[in-house]
Design a protein around this ligand. Sequence first.
Ligand code: ZN
Length: 229
Amino acid sequence: MAMHRKIRRLLVVGAHGDDETLGAGGTIARLADEGVVVSLCVLTNDDGSRSATGSGVVNRTASIELAAKTLGVERVRVHEFGDNRLDTVGNLELNRVVEREVREFEPDTVFTTSMCDLSTDHALVSRAARVAGRPGKGSVRELRTFEIRSATDVGEASGLPVVFRPNCWERLDETHIERKVEALRAYGKELEPWPAPRSERGVRALAEYRGSQVSACLAEAFEIVRIVY
Ligand SMILES: [Zn+2]
């Protein structure tokens, strides 16, 4: 058995409800089972960009809380910025919100979205999490990013200058993937029919692909930004 560095307090920082589940749902479920205290911080609370007119905007807080419960997350903080509008929030304000989360929860580890995603919200949140978890400031010893289907892979396919390069794999059991899919169901329409990337089979296909890269049946992949031992 390989040595596994102990994570005790994990803060997951996402732009949208579902980022945490798509990116790290299986790993969150596994770590929660292992006794890790997990806190989830989501910066936006609506699905404003889905609705062309801006009407019929749905508040996703209840879905986020249900998904978090399914994954074993103990603490949930949903902020009230608008979906796909994080670029209208000043850096200072975004950084302050994530810094406050770090100060209050004192995580040793932070998972967040990737700078490589086509979604501007994801890139901005990734940057804010890096600012909040920067070396020598606060409790964070490890910072890593996760991949999100139809955000990270689309970024790679859209000529962005940076690509997601996994250097960390978390092995998962069948039950962890089942909980990931169940948590996605909390978001209603988010789970689409195959062959959409965000279909049950699409989620499983990625877990199998990432697993097989390290001769495991199932895994989620991460890119470690920094670890301090
Ligand atoms: Zn997102």
